[in-house]
Design a binder for this molecule. Structure first.
Ligand code: ATP
Ligand code: MN
Ligand code: MN
Length: 301
């Protein structure tokens, strides 16, 4: 059963039974955004987020004292998330199982916020079948000083290259420095095949245009280039999920956009937590309906 296509009901914040403590704590000091406001955002955005966030192993960026203080990336339960955050055992390389976190409703989102979570990152596969990814993410990481115009052009070119090999892709502003090109997949191929595809795709881009692209993580090799971060597509790796608030200045949101509107967008942090109403309205618009959905499998490449 494909749970990703179920549209969860919006849960008004008043109906959650997760209590948010310290609602007045400043989480984004520069933008004066409190923990209560962050919780309200996730309560309201739950309906548009959950199709992407639910039933997927997640990692959390937690900043209990706010984004300006210490933040940490958390993959496993510390025993304090409560009943709304569930566990899925996943086989580790050493043969043992480790419990990963997943949620399936607004209460789950809020239980994480209560624990100081700002960002939700997800595996490329779902808890029902963690070995078969349902999405591939081509994460474009520009070198410092590169213009966002260069990133936009790269995203468009990658979209066309994917199209040429029969893959439909979608654009998401990361809310940070770059753009994610998202390729939905029918869960079929397993991680090694998906990783191999992403690796070869990134290396082909870098080989064809070495002045624009690199497929190597090294910062030195990135000089003036865009790193095609194909490493998001290996088992255990995560990418930020749609509509997540980033722990960065002014609370930018990872925002799905259409390819057409990418032309006019000036920065990857174009949408922020303050755009909640607009984000919800956009998500139901004709242009964005169907964003991130396509029945397709990786071609031979
Ligand atoms: P930007 O546009 O600024 O690059 P991003 O979300 O793409 O934003 P990256 O630095 O490219 O950020 O990271 C890509 C992904 O790597 C993140 O979305 C996250 O899921 C994962 N990641 C980031 N930090 C860690 C970490 N400390 N441990 C494990 N995975 C991480
Ligand atoms: Mn990135
Ligand atoms: Mn990256």
């Amino acid at each position: 059963k494909d749970v990703s296509r179920e549209k969860p009901m919006a849960t008004p914040e008043t109906q959650t039974d997760v209590r948010i403590s310290n609602r007045d704590r400043l989480i984004f000091p520069e933008a004066k955004i409190t923990k209560g406001q962050l919780a309200d955002y996730y309560a309201a955005a739950g309906a548009i987020m959950l199709p992407w966030v639910a039933h997927r192993p997640i990692s959390l960026v937690r900043c209990p004292q706010g984004r300006a203080k210490k933040c940490f990336f958390q993959k496993h339960d510390s025993g304090s998330f409560g009943d709304h955050v569930m566990h899925v055992p996943i086989r580790e390389k050493d043969g043992g199982d480790e419990d990963y976190l997943y949620i399936d409703d607004v209460d789950g989102l809020l239980a994480c916020v209560q624990m100081g979570t700002i960002e939700f990152h997800g595996w490329g596969s779902r808890v029902e079948d963690v070995e078969r990814p349902d999405r591939l993410v081509i994460d474009l990481d520009p070198d410092e000083g590169l213009d966002f115009g260069d990133v936009k052009k790269a995203a468009r070119d990658i979209r066309r290259t994917l199209d040429d090999i029969g893959l439909t892709s979608f654009a998401m502003l990361s809310g940070g420095k770059g753009v994610h090109v998202v390729v939905p997949l029918t869960p079929d191929a397993q991680w090694p095949q998906v990783k191999d595809f992403a690796d070869r795709f990134a290396r082909a881009l870098a080989a064809a245009e070495p002045d624009r692209f690199t497929a190597t993580m090294s910062k030195a090799k990135r000089k003036g280039r865009i790193f095609i971060d194909w490493l998001r597509n290996q088992r255990g790796a995560t990418a930020v999920l749609p509509y997540v608030v980033r722990a960065r200045e002014n609370a930018p949101v990872a925002a799905p956009i259409t390819w057409d509107e990418l032309e006019d967008i000036e920065r990857p942090g174009a949408f922020t937590i303050a755009d909640l109403d607009q984000l919800i309205e956009r998500a139901g618009s004709r242009e964005l309906r169907g964003w991130g959905e396509a029945s397709q499998t990786l071609p031979d490449y």
